[in-house]
Design a protein around this ligand. Sequence first.
Ligand code: C5P
Length: 306
Amino acid sequence: MSAAEVVAVAPAKINLCLGVGAPRPDGYHTLATVYQAIGVYDEVRVRPAEADTVTVTGDERLAVADVPTDASNIAVRAARLLAAHHGLAAAVAIHIVKGIPVAGGMAGGSADAAATLVACDALWGTRTPPEELAALAGRLGSDVPFALVGGTAVGAGHGELVTPVPTQGEYWWVVLESPAGLSTPAVYREIDRLRAGSGVPEPEVPAALLRALADGDPKVLGAALANDLQPAAFRLRPELERNLATGLAQAPLGALLSGSGPSCLFLCDGKPGAAQLAEALTERGLGPVSVAAGPVSGARVVSGRS
Ligand code: C5P
């Protein structure tokens, strides 16, 4: 690592509940969600350069080739936004090491944006106050502010307004990825189509879910998991419903689709239960399977300037 390189990591997010309201005039949907950051990470390395560049590597199972390597990459947009905020002309070479599934509903792009913000902030010594960084993050994407803070948090607005929630204990998740990604806008369009003509109530976070987190009770949490986008994702990819049912047959504490999918999540009774389910799902050959615990902290610099 050169002296001027800064390395940051940011975690994947899952939604423990995802209540989706009617579409707003700006095209976004009002959300009532609870995010949790889990121990699956992308790493972002930044160093000064003549012009912005981005390169991406990672496990070939993660569809790394689908990540854009031009100025449309959200990490490049994050660097540009922070530089503009401080009136800097600085450019950076960004290298992303993917650990989070691409287009998996786990906010991998948002993690890259959050990691880039904290890495560039350290590289340039700009010491951006947390509330300014959160506002910039919200302009980059709905999930980026949460990727900055991590932990467990309620998300409101279109997901960008995050408030940490009291949580006890550790939650063990099995993640079943899908060989092909799913487009978030396509899933939102499909839920609108399915709901056309019917009134959509304001979404709410279930009180039972917040109580389960405060009490550190994974069994109650498992029963409270909910995702309004599931019917839409199932319409677009029917095998996802079957995959969730296959995992549920092994009696985890609960299961749901991660965000807009296609990753499937299973909440398990501790690490041994998660390892057992992961083995059973791996044997079925439905897709890559991993185990991760949450909550974990948000984007942070792991080496380089502080
Ligand atoms: O904010 P982000 O860029 O991650 O959102 C991607 C797309 O997902 C949006 O362009 C929109 O189509 C959809 N979306 C939505 N309502 C939200 C969040 C995302 O309709 N609350």
